[in-house]
Design a protein around this ligand. Structure first.
Ligand code: CTP
Length: 405
């Protein structure tokens, strides 16, 4: 359909980037990235009109995002030259070929395109021998200044390497090391780095990528408070592995709770740092207030609870309940990651799967019918009921009712 609109508008359309990479690798990818040799925004508008979508154009960049009624989206870009501030009366933007658009991308494996116009539909455009790199499972840049232009690509290289089980070529690795040495990071808007880190920490198992980041000396940049040139030492790895196990365990429960695993990993990485350093990290990367508040609260609370539980191995279920009830799932999983004793993990797992869902056997309206007036007393009774139920002192509704009376 995009190809047909392009044909009507007299331009060429391609699907490009990660979508093509994943198509060849036979991996699912729903992020569609379209390149138009012509006017990308005009095409996006026509596509949205046909499919009842909404267009968000960015005139300055010649790009647009189309969002369809089912919330799926397509990004449309215009293949063009850079802006020229030429003294002569030249147009500021010139339309150019897709080749330049592809050349400006991060890695060869992300620099292929496929024709969409009906007559050439499905033909692969591969100017940079990308297919071969895919076959050889190599990650390499298209030109030497790639990381200088955009240092966040360093994190992308590491993420792809670990996710796809590819290898960064020696030359590209050298360019990464040079960029790190030149300390070019400071030039880039900080939240973009955090975004890339978050993507790494959102992979199924981010540990190999984190090891690679440590080896490439990226840790001192992200966490200046951790020892410089920190190699991932044994204890640190232990926390990360436990975080990974706790998250995998939780995912296998298939509960409706939505979790943000990256938070658990971030907390595990900073488990030996103080709250002050976590705050500094949040400031440095301008984390949104909600995430910042949540990270700080979960760190302080989980660490407090860990200490408390370490001291008291024989807690009753109700005592565990009150210790844990302020923690979010991320905080609970973090607690499992830093717990030094097996019984702590066991108690947390009981809490997550059953105890936290306890409902008093006598409802509020029933209490009212019994003559209790809603207010603080209600809460006290409710809490007390939760306790006796958890500790097995009350097993049925009848028990609960007679307990109250
Ligand atoms: N890109 C780039 N430099 C960046 C980010 C992106 O050159 N710092 C290019 C890449 O060629 C990429 C395309 O823009 O293929 C789209 O970016 P994005 O959707 O972030 O990447 P994907 O490759 O689709 O990665 P993912 O599978 O993680 O979505």
């Amino acid at each position: 359909e995009i190809g047909e609109i392009a044909e009507q508008q007299g331009c060429n359309a391609y699907v490009a980037g990660g979508f093509v990479r994943d198509l060849i690798l036979q991996v699912q990818n729903t992020d569609i990235d379209i390149v138009i040799e012509g006017d990308g925004i005009r095409l996006a508008k026509a596509l949205a009109a046909q499919r009842h979508g909404i267009v968000h154009p960015h005139e300055k960049f010649g790009t647009a995002t189309v969002i369809f009624p089912d919330q799926s989206r397509i990004d449309v870009a215009t293949a063009r030259l850079e802006y020229y501030d030429h003294p002569a009366a030249m147009p500021t933007v010139e339309h150019s070929s897709t080749k330049l658009d592809l050349y400006r991308r991060d890695f060869t494996i992300n620099a292929m395109a496929i024709h969409l116009n009906p007559k050439r539909f499905g033909i692969l455009v591969d100017y940079f021998n990308s297919q071969n790199d895919l076959k050889e499972r190599r990650i390499q840049v298209l030109h030497n200044l790639s990381f200088v232009e955009d240092p966040t690509r360093i994190f992308r290289a590491i993420r792809f390497e670990s996710r796809l089980d590819f290898t960064i070529t020696k030359h590209t690795e050298k360019l990464i090391k040079n960029t790190v040495q030149m300390n070019l990071f400071d030039r880039v808007e900080e939240p973009r780095f955090f975004h890339e880190l978050k993507l790494i920490l959102s992979e199924d198992n981010p540990i190999p990528a984190l090891r690679r980041m440590a080896a490439l000396k990226l840790f001192p940049f992200l966490w200046p408070d951790l020892r410089p040139n920190l190699k991932i030492d044994r204890r640190f790895l232990h926390f990360l592995t436990q975080a990974n196990q706790a998250i995998s365990w939780f995912k296998l429960l298939y509960l409706p709770d939505k979790i943000e695993p990256w938070m658990v990993y971030l907390l595990a990485i900073m488990s030996r740092s103080r709250t002050k350093e976590l705050i500094a990290f949040c400031n440095r990367f301008s984390l949104p207030p909600r995430q910042r508040r949540k990270l700080i609260a979960q760190k302080t609370e989980a660490e407090r609870v860990a200490q408390e539980m370490q001291k008291r191995p024989f807690l009753r279920p109700s005592e565990t309940y009150w210790l844990l009830h302020e923690l979010d799932i991320e905080g609970l999983l973090y607690l499992m990651a830093i717990a030094r004793k097996r019984y702590i993990q066991q108690a947390v797992s009981h809490y997550v799967t059953t105890w936290r869902n306890v409902v008093p056997l006598v409802r509020g309206d029933e209490l009212k019918a019994m003559g209790y007036i809603p207010g603080p007393l209600f809460r006290t009774i409710r809490n007390h009921l939760i306790e006796v139920q958890l500790d097995g002192q009350v097993g049925s509704r009848e028990d609960a009712l007679s307990f109250i009376q």
